[in-house]
Design a protein around this ligand. Structure first.
Ligand code: GLP
Length: 260
């Protein structure tokens, strides 16, 4: 059962997660972060940026991104390589050599998944993986129907996801059709999963992922198979949970020694 924490606001949720990551990096400077894109994790990156400005050194830490679009021109501002560079690498003062994003170049795309899996394994995997959830229930870009054993590979985006992400592009036509994404099996290898969701628009996907049947029709439900998961929500994103009262009770009575 994932641990569900409901914070008063997304800023409070982000501060909690950033505080946990900062403590980890302080204790283990070569921590490996799994980083997600989308708008959800942005307040975490901004809170981590404050830890960095306050003197926390991220130069020995590493990061692996979840996914990338296929075929965007090099340096496109909405490529996940560019987003991660802006929001994570530069903000935290990480060494760009330590920050990995799947290679979405059209040339050589057939081997991009295998290359990324090899890099992840050679590195020793991810310590803490940040996750958002899409309105289709996707994790990374694993759309409904993705195998729980899947590894990094090329996938086709659903029309819904293309429409959701069109806000970052000048038109829907500009949104790529394909992506390279860590598989659900890849994500499940990370040692700790932290799923963040804020706002009412995520309430149904969160309830299905946390409490619904474990099914490849709801990729987010893969988190129920992992031994260490923390789900961080605001009250709106928690509003469709059936056992919300119990999660709050457990949260209010959480032993002091127990981190997330
Ligand atoms: C994208 C990303 C996902 C992310 C999702 C939700 O499709 N590939 O990793 O979780 O969007 O985005 P947002 O956080 O903006 O709602």
């Amino acid at each position: 059962m994932p641990e569900v924490l409901v914070l008063d606001s997304k800023e409070d949720g982000a501060a909690l997660v950033a505080g946990h990551i900062a403590a980890l990096v302080r204790e283990h400077p070569s921590t490996t972060l799994g980083v997600a894109t989308g708008s959800t994790p942005l307040p975490v990156y901004s809170a981590l940026g404050e830890h960095a400005s306050g003197g926390l050194d991220f130069s020995r830490a590493s990061a692996f991104a979840l996914d990338e679009y296929v075929g965007l021109p090099d340096g496109h501002p909405e490529s996940y390589r560019a987003v991660i560079d802006r929001e994570v690498t530069q903000r935290l003062g990480m060494d760009p050599e330590h920050v990995h994003v799947p290679d979405g170049s059209a040339i050589g795309i057939e081997t991009a998944g295998d290359r990324y899996e090899r890099a992840l394994i050679a590195h020793g995997g991810v310590d803490v993986q940040l996750l958002g959830i899409g309105s289709t229930g996707h994790l990374g870009f694993n759309e409904p129907g993705s195998s729980f054993a899947s590894l990094t590979r090329v996938k086709t985006l659903t029309e819904q996801t293309r429409r959701d992400n069109a806000r970052f592009f000048s038109s829907l036509d500009e949104v790529p059709m394909h992506c390279v994404t860590q598989g659900l099996g890849t994500i499940l290898r990370a040692r700790h999963l932290v799923l963040l969701a804020f706002g009412e628009g995520k309430a149904d996907a969160v309830a299905a992922a946390v409490e619904g049947p474990v099914s490849s029709s709801m990729p987010g439900s893969a988190i129920q198979l992992h031994p260490h998961v923390t789900v961080v929500l605001d009250p709106a994103a928690a509003s469709a949970l059936q056992h919300g009262d119990y999660y709050r009770w457990a949260q209010d009575n959480k032993p002091d020694w127990q981190g997330i």
